[in-house]
Design a protein around this ligand. Structure first.
Ligand code: WT7
Length: 654
C-alpha cells in the first residue's frame, strides 16, 4: 500500500471530436486508429519498418529494422543511409518549392515569408560556409542563437553535412554555455550579436565571449549573425560574421549521406541532481518519430499554418519547429520575441495575422495569458485555429477548459502531448479526429508506443486509478541513444530501475477506467503525508480551480508528525495580499482543497507571491521552493530566475 501513489483528481468531463474535424482528419475514427494499434501489436518491427520505408527518403535502404543485441543500446534501421536536411527540404522542391516554409516575425512586428526553395538555398549556402570553416561530419557545433530562421538554417545546415548540433537556449548563462561547449568538445559556435526580448537586448555575443574566456578551448570558430546591430567585439582570429562567412559560397551543397544511427544532435537536459545530461539523438529514427507524431497528433495537412511557440533551445523546438513540420512539408510560424510584448495579446494578434491553424504551447503560457483576462483573446479573430496543443507539464483542468472555450471557441480539439527530451517525439496524446479528450489527461499512447504503469517490481498495474511508474516497455525509433560522454549514466538513469528491461520515464502516472493516462508529476515530486503518497499536481489543480487562484506550486516540507507537510505557494488573480498575508483567504483555500480532494491534502501552510520561480523552460523550481519552505539557505543556481526579487516574497519576508 505505502508504495502506491494515491490519486485524488477526478475528472468527469469528456469531449468527443467534432464531426467536422473528424471528417477531414488523417485518422478519422477509432476503428482506423485501432487498425494501427493492432498492426503495431501483431508485428511491431514491421509496423515501424513500413513507415520508415514509406515516410522517409533513403539514399541506401536498411535491412534490419531493430537490432537489440546490445540492449539497452538499440539500433534502428541499421544499414540505412539518408540525410535529414534532404528529407526536410529537397524532397519538397519539385512539387512545393514555392510554398512558404517559414513565416517569421520579430518582436518589432516585421515579418517575412521564406519559401522551401529559398530555405533550401540558405541551408545549402550555410552548410558550405560551415565546411569552409573546417567543420566536418561528426564535429560538434554549438548554437547560441535567437529564435530566428537562421537558427533553423544552422540546424539544417549541420544536418546536411553530418555535423552534430547542440542548441543552447539563449537565456542560459556564460557558465552553462561553457559547460555545454566543453562537454560536447565543440569546434564551432554559431551565435548572434544579440536579440530583442521584452524590448531589451539580450547580449548573446558578449555572453559567448565570456564563456570562451573561462573555458571552451575546443572552439576554433565563432560565427556571428548580425541581428540586433548593436556594438560588440570581434576576436580577429576566431570570430567571423555570418554574412562574411557566406561570401563566395555556392548555392548548392550535395548532402552528406549518413548512417541511420549517426547522431543528429545533442541536447542538454537537467535532472534533479548532477550536471545536465547531453541527450544524444539519432538521425533516421528521430526524424521518423518527429514526422509521424506531427502527422498523427497535429493532423497536419497541406494548407496548415503550424505555430509551435517553443524556442529551438528545447526539444519541442527541435521536433516541432526545425524537423517534424518541415519533413511534412508544412508552413511554420517562428516568433523571436516575448509573448507579452508589446501587450498580452501578442500571441492572439499573431494567430489572427498569420491565420494560424494549429497552435501548440505550454501550460505555463496558457495560465499566464489566462490570468490577463478574456478581453485580450476576444479582441482577435481566432477562427482560423482548428487544433490546439499543450506540452511540458500537466495542464490543470481549469486552464484546459479556458484554452478550449476562450481560444478554441469550443470547436477545437486539444492535444495534451506527453513526451520528454529523451523520447524525441510525442509518446502519448489524443489522436484528434478519433480520441475523445478529458481535461488534464494526455489520453492514450501513440501507435507503436508501448506505455505502461508499473509497480516497484515492474509488474503492470491494471487496476484503474492506481498510480505507479510510467514506463515504456519496447524500444521506439526516436528514443535517445545515450548520454553523450557518459554511457553509464544512460544505463543508470533510464534502464537500471527495471533491470534493463523497460525505459523508466521518471514520471508517476495512473490510468483511469477508460485506460486514459494521467500524469501525476515527476517521481521525485511525490509527497508523503502520513503515509499517503500524493502527487503534487493534483493538489495544485485543486488550488487553481479556486476562482481567486491563478497559479500554485505545492511541495513537501519535512514534518515530525506527518512525515511531510503540504506547503503551497500561490499566485492570485489580481493583487497579492498586503504583506503576503490574508488569513481569511488561507482558511478558505485550505477548506477548498479539503473539499475537493480530502482533508489529507489540506495545505499546512500557504504563501502568496507575485510569481513562482521557474526554469527557463517554464518548469517550477520545486527544489528551490523546498529549500525556501524549510527556511534553509539557497545553494541552488538562481541565475535563471526571471525575477529574483520574488525570493523575498516566497521566503515570507516582504
Ligand atoms: C517532462 C519532460 C517534451 C517537451 C517539453 C518538456 C513533463 C511533458 C507533459 C504533459 C504532463 C508533461 C513530464 C516529463 N511533461 N509533457 N503533457 N503532461 N507532464 O521536455 O524538459 O524533457 O521534460 O515534462 O514530467 O517527464 P523535458
Amino acid at each position: 500500500m505505502s508504495h502506491e501513489i494515491e490519486s485524488t483528481l477526478h475528472e468527469e468531463r469528456l469531449f468527443q471530436p467534432s464531426q467536422t474535424f473528424s471528417e477531414q482528419a488523417r485518422i478519422p475514427d477509432m476503428a482506423t486508429l485501432q487498425e494501427l494499434y493492432q498492426k503495431a501489436e501483431d508485428d511491431y518491427e514491421g509496423f515501424w519498418a513500413d513507415l520508415a520505408r514509406k515516410e522517409l527518403t533513403w539514399h541506401k535502404p536498411f535491412q534490419t529494422t531493430l537490432n537489440s543485441n546490445h540492449a539497452p543500446h538499440y539500433r534502428w534501421f541499421e544499414e540505412g543511409e539518408l540525410n535529414i536536411s534532404y528529407n526536410c527540404l529537397d524532397r519538397h522542391l519539385a512539387n512545393n518549392g514555392d510554398k512558404t516554409a517559414i513565416i517569421f516575425e520579430d518582436e518589432k512586428g516585421n515579418n517575412r515569408h521564406i519559401s522551401y526553395k529559398a530555405l533550401h538555398r540558405d541551408v545549402c549556402r550555410f552548410a558550405n560556409a560551415l565546411k569552409e570553416q573546417g567543420i566536418e561530419k561528426g564535429d560538434r557545433v554549438i548554437l547560441y542563437m535567437p529564435m530566428c530562421p537562421q537558427a533553423v538554417i544552422t540546424m539544417q545546415a549541420c544536418a546536411r553535412i553530418g555535423a552534430i548540433h547542440s542548441v543552447v537556449f539563449g537565456g542560459f548563462s556564460a557558465q552553462s554555455l561553457k559547460d555545454r561547449i566543453e562537454d560536447t568538445g565543440a569546434k564551432a559556435v554559431v551565435t548572434a550579436d544579440g536579440c530583442y526580448r521584452g524590448g531589451k537586448i539580450i547580449e548573446l555575443k558578449a555572453t559567448c565571449d565570456k564563456a570562451l574566456e573561462i573555458g571552451g578551448n575546443s572552439v576554433q570558430t565563432v560565427i556571428v549573425l548580425k541581428r540586433s546591430g548593436h556594438d560588440i567585439s570581434m576576436t580577429q582570429t576566431r570570430d567571423i560574421w555570418w554574412h562574411d562567412a557566406l561570401k563566395n559560397v555556392a548555392d548548392e551543397c550535395i548532402p552528406t549521406w549518413v548512417n541511420s544511427e549517426h547522431p543528429l544532435f545533442l541536447l542538454y537536459t537537467s535532472g534533479s541532481t548532477g550536471k545536465p545530461k547531453g541527450i544524444q539523438h539519432s538521425s533516421a529514427g528521430y526524424l521518423l518519430g518527429a514526422l509521424m507524431s506531427t502527422k498523427w497528433v497535429f493532423d497536419i495537412r497541406e494548407d496548415d499554418i503550424f505555430w509551435c511557440t517553443a524556442d529551438v533551445g528545447w526539444i519541442t523546438g527541435h521536433s516541432y519547429v526545425a524537423y517534424g513540420p518541415l519533413a511534412a512539408g508544412a508552413t511554420i510560424v517562428m516568433y523571436e520575441g516575448a509573448p507579452t510584448t508589446p501587450n498580452g495579446d501578442r500571441f492572439w494578434e499573431m494567430c489572427e495575422r498569420h491565420k494560424v491553424t494549429i497552435f501548440y504551447t505550454a501550460p505555463t503560457a496558457i495560465r499566464t495569458l489566462m490570468k490577463l483576462g478574456d478581453e485580450l483573446p476576444n479582441k482577435h479573430d481566432l477562427s482560423s485555429i482548428r487544433l490546439l496543443g499543450t506540452v511540458g507539464e500537466p495542464i490543470n483542468p481549469e486552464a484546459w477548459m479556458w484554452y478550449r472555450s476562450v481560444i478554441g471557441k469550443e470547436q477545437c480539439p486539444i492535444v495534451d502531448t506527453w513526451w520528454q527530451t529523451e523520447t524525441g517525439a510525442i509518446m502519448m496524446a489524443p489522436i484528434p479526429g478519433a480520441v475523445a479528450t478529458k481535461p488534464g489527461s494526455c489520453t492514450l499512447a501513440l501507435p507503436g508506443i508501448d506505455a505502461d504503469i508499473l509497480d516497484e517490481k515492474g509488474n503492470s498495474i491494471t487496476a484503474p486509478n492506481k498510480g505507479g511508474y510510467l514506463a515504456i516497455k519496447k524500444p521506439w525509433p526516436s528514443m535517445l541513444r545515450t548520454v553523450w560522454g557518459d554511457d553509464q549514466r544512460y544505463i543508470d538513469t533510464y534502464w537500471s530501475y527495471f533491470d534493463g528491461k523497460y525505459y523508466l520515464a521518471g514520471d508517476s502516472a495512473r490510468r483511469d477506467e477508460d485506460g486514459y493516462f494521467w500524469i501525476m508529476g515527476r517521481i521525485d515530486d511525490v509527497l508523503n503525508v502520513s503515509g499517503h503518497r500524493l502527487g503534487t499536481m493534483e493538489i495544485e489543480s485543486a488550488l487553481v480551480a479556486h476562482p481567486r487562484v491563478a497559479e500554485a506550486a505545492v511541495i513537501g516540507k519535512p514534518d515530525e508528525t506527518t512525515g511531510e507537510a503540504i506547503f503551497a505557494f500561490v499566485v492570485l488573480r489580481g493583487e497579492r495580499p498586503e504583506g503576503g498575508i490574508d488569513e481569511a483567504l488561507t482558511q478558505e483555500l485550505r477548506k477548498w482543497v479539503a473539499k475537493q480532494i480530502g482533508p489529507i491534502a489540506k495545505p499546512a501552510e500557504i504563501r502568496y507571491a507575485d510569481n513562482l520561480p521557474k526554469t527557463r523552460s517554464g518548469k517550477i523550481m520545486r527544489r528551490l521552493l523546498r529549500t525556501i519552505a524549510s527556511d534553509e539557505e539557497i545553494t541552488q543556481d538562481v541565475s535563471t530566475l526571471e525575477n529574483e526579487a520574488i525570493l523575498l516574497q516566497l521566503r515570507g519576508k516582504s
